[in-house]
Structure formats: C-alpha cells, structure tokens
Write a protein that binds this ligand. Structure first.
Ligand SMILES: C[S@@+](CC[C@H](N)C(=O)[O-])C[C@H]1O[C@@H](n2cnc3c(N)ncnc32)[C@H](O)[C@@H]1O
Length: 282
C-alpha cells in the first residue's frame, strides 16, 4: 500500500463514474432477461446463494446481518429467507428501489439503505453479528484500509466479517485475450484505477449500457488481510477456490450441475479464481 493516502475529490469522481454505470446495469439486471439473477425463481421461493457461501456462513437464523454493496437485494433477501434480519446498502438508487420493491413483494425481514459503502457506519444504525460482502464488491473500491475500518465499525465484538470475492491473481489477467495473458499490475493504486469501457453488462443481456466507463481496483490478498487485521479483526480462515460466480473470460465453462458457477477449461493451468475469508471482531 502507499505510505499515505488522502481521500480527495478525485476519489469521489471515480465513484460517480461507477455510480452512473451501476444505475444502468441495475436497471438491466432487475429485468433479468438473461436469467442469471434468477429473479423469477427467487420470487417463487428459491434460495440463490451459491455453494461456497452456503457452506461457509453456516446457520444465520436469528443473526443481524449487514450486506454491503447488496445490488438489488436478492442475496440480502435470501439471507433473510434463511432466518436472518438484514440491512442491505448500495450506492445505486436504481438498485435500492428495486431491492425495496422485492422486499415488499416477499415480506422478508430486510431493509435497504442507499449510500456509499464508505459512509455505511453513519447511515446504518446498530451493530451486527455479521457483515456480508460477496462476489464483485471490493474491486469497485479504491481504498481497502478505509473499507476494512468501516466493516469493523459495523460489527459487535465477536461479530464476523464474511468476504467472498474474485481472486486478485485472476483479476490481474486480461480476460479479452484467448489465453488469459497477464494484463494488469497486481496492485492498483487508489489514484490510478483500471479504466474500462464496456457497451453491455456481464450477464449476457445485449441491452446497451449508456454510462459505459468504469473505474476498478485490484487489491492483493496481503493488502486485504492486513487491512482486516489492522481494523481490529482476527482472521479465522482464508480459503482459495477454483470456481467463480461469473464468466470472467469467454474460455471459462459452467460447472455441470451447479447454478451460475464457472471454472477454467480442462487442460488450462489451474489458478485460484476466488477467495473467501472470515474475520472476527476483537
Ligand atoms: C457486482 S455487484 C455486487 C453484487 C452482490 N454480490 C449481490 O449481492 O448481488 C456490485 C455492487 O456494488 C455497488 N457499489 C459499487 N461501488 C459502491 C460504493 N462505493 N458504495 C456502495 N455500493 C457500491 C454497485 O452499485 C453494485 O450494486
């Protein structure tokens, strides 16, 4: 990590660019024409969580859970369907409006807050048994040290942070090259994000996105773990996985018999595609 880092207007501008993109994507994702978010199945009672988080989070009945970067709330509501009392936060008003609508339709024990994840402590009341962050969240954030402090501040003593994410080793590869060539530095400085332009979103839906530019960051495992420890949490485990919840590159293939999970094709040298960690607040 850089020796010091000031949050300034540039950081806010990066996030504003991302917000415009996420509002567009949320509007497409909630329609779920590509079917990847399983909105219809969810409304019919399905549980959309994947095998990894299902195995790792255990029984959540009776727990208070804060779900950060909750998108339009399907996973938040699935946690509530498992018996937790949930608050979801996301900075996209389009996503939060959709999440509140799904909550009304299902009557599950969840509420939704619109705001920047860095402001979560000020925006969400109370302390939580679990802070839940999964699949495609921290790569949108420039500063993982500040992020970890906010996560810790939301937990009661003994409460746990659960983080499940794309692996930084994979994120440094260029998904547009046929053999996944090394494409990016392993660590992205906060003030020099990876700037990309994508005409459509990742679900396979071909609806054009209007705000096409995004800023993202790769955070090495050591930065994440040190940030978590530095924010007053104890690492319980770190796991690495050979499967991912989205098709990062076109060479990846769906896992037979599993919903919405992807692996590298047979014969391609194996890599960690995702990691998960649990940390307990001291
Ligand atoms: C890939 S989605 C995460 C999906 C999540 N796994 C879920 O439960 O569906 C990334 C989310 O992060 C949100 N996001 C990105 N930057 C944010 C920020 N600074 N503060 C709050 N939300 C943010 C986006 O609006 C988007 O909904």
């Amino acid at each position: 990590m850089p020796a010091f880092f000031f949050w300034d207007e540039t950081m806010t501008d990066y996030l504003k660019v991302n917000l415009a993109n996420w509002n567009d994507r949320a509007a497409i994702h909630i329609k779920d024409e590509a079917g990847g978010y399983r909105v219809k199945e969810f409304l019919e009672g399905a549980d959309n969580l994947h095998g990894i988080e299902d195995r790792e989070i255990g029984d959540v009945r009776g727990k208070r859970i804060a779900h950060l970067q909750c998108h339009f709330g399907i996973d938040t509501l699935c946690l509530a369907r498992r018996g937790a009392s949930c608050v979801g936060l996301d900075f996209s008003p389009v996503a939060i409006t959709a999440a509140r609508d799904l909550q009304k339709q299902t009557g599950l024990d969840a509420s939704f807050v619109e705001g920047n994840v860095y402001d979560a402590r000020a925006l969400i009341e109370g302390n939580f048994d679990m802070v839940y962050v999964t699949w495609g969240a921290i790569g949108w954030l420039p500063d993982v040290v500040r992020w970890a402090k906010v996560m810790s501040s939301l937990l009661k003593p003994g409460g746990t942070l659960y983080l499940l994410e794309g692996h930084p080793t994979l994120m440094a590869l260029n998904e547009k090259t046929p053999n996944l060539e090394h494409g990016f530095d392993w660590r992205t400085p906060p003030n020099a994000p990876i700037v990309e332009d994508e005409a459509t979103t990742y679900t396979g839906d071909t609806t054009p996105v209007t705000a096409t530019t995004t800023n993202s960051w790769i955070h090495p495992l050591s930065d994440i773990i040190n940030a978590v420890i530095g924010a007053g949490m104890r690492l319980d485990y770190l796991h690495e996985h050979e499967e991912l919840a989205w098709q990062f590159a076109s060479i990846m293939v769906p896992i037979e018999g599993k919903r919405r999970m992807w692996i590298l094709p047979e014969g391609f040298p194996k890599l960690p595609l995702a990691f998960s960690l649990q940390a307990t607040k001291n």
